[in-house]
Write a protein that binds this ligand. Sequence first.
Ligand code: NAD
Ligand code: 6OD
Length: 479
Amino acid sequence: MDGAFVGSASGRRFEKRRPIDNALLGHVHEGGRDEIDAAVAAARAAMEGPWGRMTVEERSALLYKVADEITRRFGDFVAAEMADTGQPKSMMEHAFIPRGAANFKIFADVVKNVATEAFQTPTPDGAGALNYAIRVPKGVIGVICPWNAPLLLMTWKVAPALACGNAVIVKPSEETPGTATLLGEVMNAVGVPKGVYNVVHGLGPNSAGEFLTSHPGVDAVTFTGETRTGAAIMKAGADQIRDVSFELGGKNAGLIFADCDFDAAIDSAVRSVFLNCGQVCLGTERLYVERPIFDKFVAALKVRAEALKPGNPEHKDTTLGPLISQEHRAKVLSYYEKAKAEGATLVTGGGVPQLDGALAAGSWVQPTIWTGLAESASVVREEIFGPCCHIAPFDDEAEVIRLANDTRYGLSTTIWTRDLARAHRVASKIEVGIAWVNSWFLRDLRTAFGGSKQSGIGREGGVHSLEFYTELRNVCIKL
Ligand code: NAD
Ligand code: 6OD
């Protein structure tokens, strides 16, 4: 915080354990009211200092340096995230950590290239007026992050916030403190002024999370996490009447039509159901497959699920990591039990895999597929956030649109068909923020990202991030 490491005044610490074997990774200082007060003061002072006077070009150049320094320290970021999450090294190296650097570059570019509006306004005297808008930073932004893709999701918010000239206070998930701390070292190394990037570790309720989101010195809050946490954050900030951007939970549907490229649809389903051990907000826990290919699809996905290999994330042949914690494993396993009780047909999995040695104590679960449940079953309705899905058959387009939309969530969908007219038609009718056709998690960082219904409030990405992280100030000049 304020460019330096400080311990918590209360002396309180919490444990961080490794998901792969439940071994103690370390104790983390837990921030409380004092630390949040200090971080807010540091951030506000930074806005008054050299940071507040930098030009857009200077900020943009500094963010490029942040990206380059992340890349230079690539191995440290991979190691920290791998220790915190237990996910395979290959995924860290090819996806999650490079995205951390890419987020800084894209917003460094976007911020320099987006114009504001101007209007020539008629006046009774005939001379007219000129109205134009300038973008000003919102101020101090509270950034509350989840654990499932820690660096990617944190920088997705920190990068545009800084590009727009704000100062941030980040509260990383208690499960993944590593890369947020490393990013502080990066900020110092490249010369980001003190107080611009502050991290306060801690928990949610009655801890750093709650104190940050209810602090009157915070101008806006951007949050990624569970829907019910979003509701708590909204209540905590209600008295401040301030802006929020929420990326929340999902129960996303995959729609597989019989005319799809079958092998490509299966490859994609393996990723959308099991990537990151199913801990992806965009993941598809509900798959609807057109009846003529239903049995073939279920059989093929079963083979691929059973071929996934849990194990040491350092090993090249490991393709499945553990869940984030023992607590989350207990939650996922409780859904495995509920599916049984609700009468599901178990296609594969449903339990805990056997791993050798120290790994036996990790938070592993089997990739799991069910069929045969009613739409009212809890595993079909509730977000589980594990490596599992329910697959149901459908007979026509109208039916599958109705099934896909029958949820309180609205984050994303994936539609598999070779019929382009149908793809357009269906994509326009599914109530989500992001509809992928013949793909999944294919990202262009300039596009709007966010959820409908209870999956979020607002959109981030490209210019949409600028809309959240700045305010438009209109200047009216009488000519
Ligand atoms: P979570 O809501 O439990 O925690 C997220 C963060 O909020 C953590 O840092 C936590 O400490 C903090 N927090 C908890 N209670 C708080 C409170 N009362 N006040 C302030 N902060 C509080 O979520 P999680 O378990 O870390 O992440 C998984 C969830 O995130 C899933 O629901 C997933 O769908 C969602 N998610 C959504 C997106 C998206 O883009 N829509 C992306 C990733 C994850
Ligand atoms: O790609 C992104 O920008 C993004 N926010 C991904 C979210 C992944 C959820 O687990």
